[in-house]
Design a protein around this ligand. Structure first.
Ligand code: C2E
Length: 805
């Protein structure tokens, strides 16, 4: 509905107002859109002075005639009275305009009165604000605007997520209420600085809604009102947890790189060195600056291992982008260092190598350790001689050589005589020192191509190559024996040590390492039986010797049950009165096939096999029974002396067994004497003082057998509850000719006298020996001169006669 018609005066007034108004105004025909009239401000604005009425208003909008039509009909019917268009000015600028249109009627013609507002700048500003708002909202940084009263003016989604609150809860709320008292106090000093116009950057830990720890970087910017007054702070917070952990990883990697004990070489894509770490410098002694630019692989020698091939390393690196293996690098001082290298390419996205990282591990320690382990596996720990394993391997090789060259070789088995005595009397450290010294001498007396090995305790085996003639064998054996010609000085003792040697020969005595070693052992055993300190050839052993060796062990195991043992008796004489002071009981073993076996052979074997306990108990019981029987017959024989092996004494129940033998047989303990070897008793003197004292308290006497062959301590001799020393028969044997033996015997006698012990010599065969002994103060003797060991019946007969010879 258009307003009613105006009077002409009013029309003129409005016309003037229209023309002079500072706001651009247009009068437009709603039918056509044609500009009917434009005021001066409009002409100035559009830049068409006096020419604006030639335009259709919509032409300014650059619409098509069809669009103009539609727009006009919309304008006529539409209730809204303003529109926003883009109008083109005369200078070609396009401006955003807001058109306020009011329908008027002039001279019955319906017109549109339009006021034009240029809103280009406002729209631009709005667009800008809108853009910022979008950025603000969408930013992954957590943004909040806080006013000077600590209240939130704005907060974006990320921030709301961080504090786990809604927009409504946050806006207008105080920071203290949203982030909590603790965080508020943390933030406060930074906020205060920002409120003084500073840009503040700091980091802090934040626990998110899931209670996971996050690293947050906070930036506070001051923000100002239009008046230029600071209105608050813009807080930009960024979750730097990932960045921090990457930084941490990098820092760690850098620390590892510099502090690792493994050398690291970094090279470029042409494998030229760009950096090395300190460990590599320490390892090789090079200066870093001298290495930069060198081809990495040039550091590794082509020497060892033999399989190393630089070209294949290049090839593998190109193909697999990694290589690992054993190499050798030459250090600055020229030494060669075994290393384990792991080379990996660092690639770009398309798998092209950008860098190579070589990690170098010093293998010298492992090499040394494995060499050491290898050595230990094949050598005896004490003497460092080859052990049985290496001996077998070497013998195998020697045999192969001998087979090829049709030559001969000898295997010598060397066993120290009475080594156990030394161990027992001087202790294990002296025993060990002796073995080391023996090993040294044996090593010195063989040729370079020969081998000397230690196969067990005091047993050594030598491989003597190219021993073609029997003269060669004899010379080699003599050389081995010569190793024992002079005493060994161990712990201030001069030890005269001998060895029994057995020799087997390839090809006659065996074809394999085990056959040859076994046969040399058998020959050695024979030389022991023959009285020690000699050598025997396996080829010279009788078949019986060899078989005996093999069957003796089995035979001994059943000997007691088969009643193969018996006792013989040998009187002990008073030289002054030619009366019997005692009787030594000696064990005999007769095997149905082996015949009589010497105690020198079976007693050590019984000890070795652990049979001596039962055998010894049997002897003790039999001896007591026999003594009782003779007592019952009224025969006077002084004491019965029974040999006791070390192993029996070591048994916790020995004293009990003695007591039982006495009780069961009814024999008097005062007529019993136990003979204990010097070696054993000295080695365990402290342990056995109490045990022997108990026996002595029962009335039993203790004598020390084989005196002079061991290493007695005077101190222990004084402490031990003993009453008698038995001079070993080896001294008596050459008493007449050998002044050394005379001196030793004189010393033993003097010692016994000084300690108030009685002394008896064994093995007396001649009157001359008896005379010298007597002259030196030894008035007791035992030996073939008086009687060989005889059976119980013979002894009984001997005793029942007038015991005067
Ligand atoms: N050449 C020579 N020899 C003489 C003479 N008078 C005695 N003999 C021998 O000297 C050895 C003395 O015994 P032993 O030193 O205790 O040495 C004994 C002893 O250590 C051990 N033995 C013997 N019977 C037993 C036993 O029942 N138990 C233990 N544990 N060992 C025993 O066997 C060793 C050897 O015993 P046998 O062969 O019986 O050798 C005996 C004896 O027959 C002589 O004038 N000239």
């Amino acid at each position: 509905m258009y307003p009613k018609q105006l009077s002409s005066n009013t029309t003129e007034l409005y016309q003037n107002l229209f023309n002079e108004a500072t706001v651009p105004m247009l009068i437009i025909s709603p039918e056509t859109g044609q500009i009917v009239s434009a005021n001066r401000a409009a002409e100035a604005y559009y830049g068409y002075s006096k020419g604006l009425t030639q335009f259709n208003i919509m032409a300014l909008n650059q619409l098509s005639p069809q669009e103009i039509k539609q727009e006009m009909s919309r304008a006529k019917s539409c209730k809204r009275n303003y529109f926003i268009f883009k109008h083109k000015l005369a200078n070609g600028n396009i401006r955003d305009v807001e058109v306020f249109s009011s329908p008027i009627q002039v001279q019955n013609q319906p017109l549109l009165f339009s006021v034009i507002h240029d809103i280009t700048d406002r729209i631009k500003a709005e667009q800008e604000i809108n853009l910022y708002a979008q950025v603000f909202t969408a930013s992954t940084d957590m943004l909040a605007v806080i006013d000077d009263k600590h209240a939130y003016l704005a907060a974006n989604q990320s921030y709301l997520k961080l504090v786990n609150k809604t927009h409504k809860q946050v806006i207008g709320a105080f920071t203290r209420d949203i982030i909590g008292e603790h965080a508020y106090h943390d933030y406060l000093p930074h906020y205060k600085r920002a409120m003084q116009g500073e840009v503040v950057v700091f980091e802090r830990l934040f626990y998110d809604a899931n209670r996971s720890k996050r690293d947050i970087e906070v930036r506070y910017f001051p923000f100002y009102s239009r008046s230029g007054k600071q209105a608050g702070v813009v807080a930009v917070q960024r979750d730097i947890t990932e960045r921090k952990s990457i930084e941490e990883e990098l820092r760690l990697s850098a620390t590892v790189y510099q502090s690792t004990v493994e050398g690291v070489i970094i090279s470029d894509n042409k494998n030229k060195i760009v950096d090395v770490n300190q460990a590599f410098i320490n390892m090789t002694g090079y200066q870093k600056q001298n290495l930069i630019g060198l081809p990495t692989l040039s550091l590794f020698t082509r020497q060892a291992p033999a399989t190393f091939d630089i070209d294949s390393v290049h090839h593998t690196l190109e193909q697999d982008l990694s290589w690992r293996g054993e190499l050798v690098t030459q250090c600055k001082d020229g030494s060669l260092l075994p290393i384990w290298a792991t080379i990996n390419a660092v690639t770009t996205g398309n798998n092209t190598p950008e860098r190579y990282v070589s990690v170098i591990r010093d293998m010298s320690f492992y090499k040394r350790t494995s060499e050491r382990l290898e050595f230990l596996a094949h050598h005896d720990n004490l003497t460092h001689l080859p052990n049985r394993l290496l001996l077998s391997a070497r013998l195998e090789q020697s045999l192969n050589r001998a087979k090829r060259s049709q030559s001969r070789l000898a295997v010598a088995f060397i066993d120290l005589d009475r080594f156990k005595n030394i161990n027992d009397s001087l202790g294990h450290s002296a025993g060990d020192a002796l073995l080391v010294a023996v090993a040294g001498r044996l090593k010195d007396c063989i040729r370079e191509e020969d081998t000397i090995a230690r196969v067990s305790g005091d047993e050594f085996v030598a491989i003597l190559e190219n021993t073609t003639s029997s003269q060669d064998v004899e010379t080699a054996t003599q050389r081995l024996s010569a190793a024992f010609a002079t005493p060994f000085y161990i712990e201030k003792h001069a030890l005269f040590v001998t060895a029994s040697i057995g020799v087997s020969l390839y090809p006659n005595d065996g074809q394999t390492p085990s056959q040859l070693i076994h046969n040399a052992d058998t020959a050695m055993y024979k030389s022991k039986q023959q009285g020690r300190n000699q050598s025997a050839l396996f080829s010279e052993l009788s078949t019986q010797d060899i078989e005996e060796q093999n069957v003796i062990e089995n035979a001994l195991r059943g000997a007691l049950n088969r009643n193969e043992f018996s006792l013989v008796f040998q009187p002990q004489m008073d030289l002054n009165h030619a009366t019997c002071l005692g009787i030594e009981v000696l064990l005999r073993w007769r095997h149905p096939e082996l015949g009589q076996v010497s105690p020198a052979v079976f007693i050590p074997l019984a000890e070795q096999l652990g049979l001596i306990w039962d055998i010894g108990n049997w002897v003790l019981h039999q001896a007591c029974e026999q003594g009782k029987a003779w007592h019952d017959l009224g025969l006077d024989f002084g004491r019965i002396a029974v040999n006791v092996a070390g192993m029996q004494l070591r048994h916790g129940r020995f004293n009990q067994i003695v007591e039982q033998a006495i009780t069961k047989t009814g024999f008097t303990p005062h007529a019993l004497e136990l003979e204990i070897t010097e070696d054993f008793v000295m080695s365990k003197a402290d342990e056995h003082i109490k045990q022997l004292a108990q026996l002595q308290a029962m009335g039993i006497e203790i004598a020390i057998d084989d005196f002079g062959t061991g290493y007695s301590s005077l101190n222990y001799l004084k402490k031990l509850p003993i009453t008698k020393l038995k001079i070993d028969r080896s001294f008596v044997f050459d008493l007449v000719q050998d002044t050394d033996s005379q001196v030793i015997i004189a010393s033993i006698i003097a010692l016994a006298n000084a300690m108030n012990l009685s002394v008896i010599a064994e093995g007396v065969e001649t009157f001359e020996q008896a005379k010298i002994l007597s002259q030196n103060g030894c008035h007791q003797a035992q030996g073939y001169l008086y009687s060989k060991p005889i059976t119980a019946a013979e002894m009984q007969h001997w005793l029942s006669k007038a015991t005067v010879i």
